[in-house]
Design a protein around this ligand. Structure first.
Ligand code: 13P
Length: 343
């Protein structure tokens, strides 16, 4: 069992590959579809995701795993093939988002605590039977001038992530642990150094909790934010500064037993998310693999190119394949911005 978990985790961070986060909840995918004026029906969601999973070149060469929402894990392609099978046939690992959302934290106005632990063991066993081999649980942390985040928020979310992770492993599923310090939250006025301090605090607390919960770190993947200034901070940071501070923070907090770290994009532009990842891999020696687990930064261009029309499927796949290739290069530290123009 343990070796199996380690093997899955290593496969998820295979050289030159990363994870496609296609696990938007019903509410989030509706927001994405609203931007292209497409109604969020079950068939439209299926068609959109089928388009991505059938982009063969991207899926076979650049994508190691795909995170799905509950509905998608159970859905079939238009020809009746389970979507999970499209993913496995491409050589990627199917995964499942299992948290039930970041909910208002009672007693801590303006903060969130992620829910979903009740009955998780039973759900996990079903997800394994449906083909999922890894899972994701996201907690969110807001930085604000009024003292947020509180210790209570940091601690409760780290504890939830650790309970989730150990339940995953007991069911043969690799946990992605995702403590996201928001860059685009309601009060995203913080500078890059605030992001560093809070991320360091969240990660140190998380690894204490994972230890106390008896989680096998070699069978886990970390999905963190990069160290960036808040979106409304009025400050900016160079690609080199983001790379330097992110690697420094991760080295201070993440044990080398962890096989891989796969970043979220968190509202960064597509090209910056790629450039940051590439700079880290090109410049630093690190004990773990460093790759992507992007949602928006992998899908935004594809969503727009598709715009809900069958005749645009090839264009959507082309846009997705381009981003996947750029990020595959970034995972090796060999991305160059002029490749964007060349394409
Ligand atoms: P973004 O890359 O759009 O931040 O999404 C990644 C993700 O899975 C958040 O949980």
């Amino acid at each position: 069992m343990t070796t199996e978990l380690h093997d899955i985790a290593h496969k998820m961070v295979a050289d030159g590959k990363g994870i496609l986060a296609a696990d938007e909840s019903s509410g989030t995918i509706k927001k994405r579809f609203d931007t292209i004026n497409v109604e969020s029906t079950e068939d439209n969601r299926r068609d959109y995701r089928e388009m991505l999973f059938r982009a063969d070149d991207a899926m076979k060469n650049c994508i190691s795993g795909v995170i799905l929402f509950d509905e998608t894990l159970r859905q079939k392609a238009a020809d009746g093939t389970p979507l999970v099978q499209l993913i496995s046939d491409a050589g990627a690992v199917p995964g499942i988002k299992v948290d039930q959302g970041a909910k208002d934290m009672v007693g801590r106005p303006g903060e969130k605590n992620t829910e979903g632990l009740d009955g998780l063991g039973a759900r996990m066993a079903e997800y394994h039977a449906l083909g999922a081999r890894f899972a994701k649980w996201r907690s969110v942390i807001t930085i604000a001038d009024d003292g947020r985040p509180s210790w209570s928020c940091i601690k409760a979310n780290a504890h939830g992530l650790a309970r989730y992770a150990v339940i995953c492993q007991a069911n043969g599923i690799v946990p992605i642990v995702e403590p996201e310090v928001l860059m685009d939250g309601p009060d995203a006025k913080h500078d890059i150094d605030s992001c560093y301090r809070v991320t360091e605090w969240a990660l140190k607390t998380l690894y204490d909790e994972l230890y106390e919960a008896n989680v096998d770190l070699e069978g886990t993947i970390l999905k963190p934010n990069m160290i960036v200034p808040g979106q409304h901070s009025g400050t900016s940071a160079s690609v080199d500064e983001v790379a330097e501070k992110t690697v420094k923070c991760l080295k201070a907090c993440v044990p080398s037993a962890v096989p891989g770290i796969a970043f979220l994009s968190g509202g960064q532009s597509d090209e910056l998310a790629t450039a940051h990842l590439s700079a880290m891999n090109a410049t630093y020696d690190m004990p773990w693999k460093l790759t992507f687990s992007y949602g928006r930064a992998l899908q935004a261009a594809a969503l727009k190119a598709w715009s809900g029309k069958t005749e645009n499927v090839a264009a959507g796949q082309q846009a997705f394949t381009h981003r996947a290739k750029m990020n595959g290069l970034a995972a090796m530290g060999t991305y160059k911005a002029d490749l964007e123009k060349a394409a």
